[in-house]
Design a protein. Structure first.
Length: 238
């Protein structure tokens, strides 16, 4: 971090809303550390390890990857067409293991997808295990079928719905009133959906299109046009 401003504050609130309890924190010499410590007080960021810039790479290299076993789940970053190859997906194996010739589902669309080949760090591999970043050549879909945040997975291994209920907590810094039938954006993983508030107690949202999620995933409600804080609140999907 190179300066302290409202965007820094918003990032701290976002990390706290998502309950990202583990991390490291580093800042330039232009940042007032006393002010920074005040900003992160009573948030999850307060527990992050503060690392000097010169030691940042060494500290990051020492961090152990978080491996998740179970049915394969691949979170999609990008999808594009490569001449002579076909549809290519860039993403992260967030759970399990993907292998060449696996047959998976693209959700929420529901299309069947064949994994033709896998690359890691520009090298071909037969399989990739969580938490690997991968480049996949696939068959059965085109880039028009895919949006950022979609999931490649085995059938019935994730939840998918167009209406969600949250264990909702309002962001203490968002001062505007919210009410039923108001429209917002919601963030679930890398997915962004327009959403209408169906009820406040419990907090129930109707999404513009289905979203995929795991049990206990956190949804963040956003108001992009807000002139102050854009994070309205958040909650675990129940």
């Amino acid at each position: 971090m190179s300066k302290l401003d409202k965007f820094t504050g918003e990032q701290i609130i976002a990390l706290d809303s998502l309950k990202k309890t583990e991390g490291i924190l580093s800042h330039s010499y232009d940042v007032d550390r006393t002010k920074l410590l005040t900003m992160i007080k009573e948030t999850v960021v307060e527990k992050y390890k503060i690392v000097e810039l010169d030691d940042l790479k060494k500290e990051m290299d020492s961090m152990l990857p978080i491996v998740k076993d179970g049915k394969v789940k691949i979170l999609i970053d990008h999808c594009f067409d490569v001449k002579g190859v076909g549809t290519v997906i860039l993403g992260k194996v967030i759970q399990g293991k993907v292998k060449t010739y696996d047959n998976l589902k693209l959700l929420p669309k529901g299309s069947d997808v064949l994994i033709k080949s896998i690359q890691m760090h520009d090298e071909p591999v037969y399989e990739a295990t969580s938490p690997a970043r991968v480049r996949l050549s696939v068959k059965g879909i085109t880039p028009d079928d895919v949006q950022r945040g979609d999931m490649l997975c085995e059938s019935n291994s994730v939840h998918m719905t167009q209406e969600i209920t949250l264990d909702y907590v309002q962001n203490q810094f968002f001062k505007d009133k919210i009410g039923e039938n108001q429209m917002f954006l919601v963030n679930i993983g890398l997915q962004i959906r327009p959403a209408k508030i169906v009820s406040l107690n419990p907090m129930k949202l109707s999404l513009g299109k289905p979203a995929v999620f795991d049990k206990n995933d956190i949804c963040v409600i956003l108001k992009p046009e807000s002139q102050t804080i854009r994070i309205v609140g958040s909650g675990t999907i129940i």
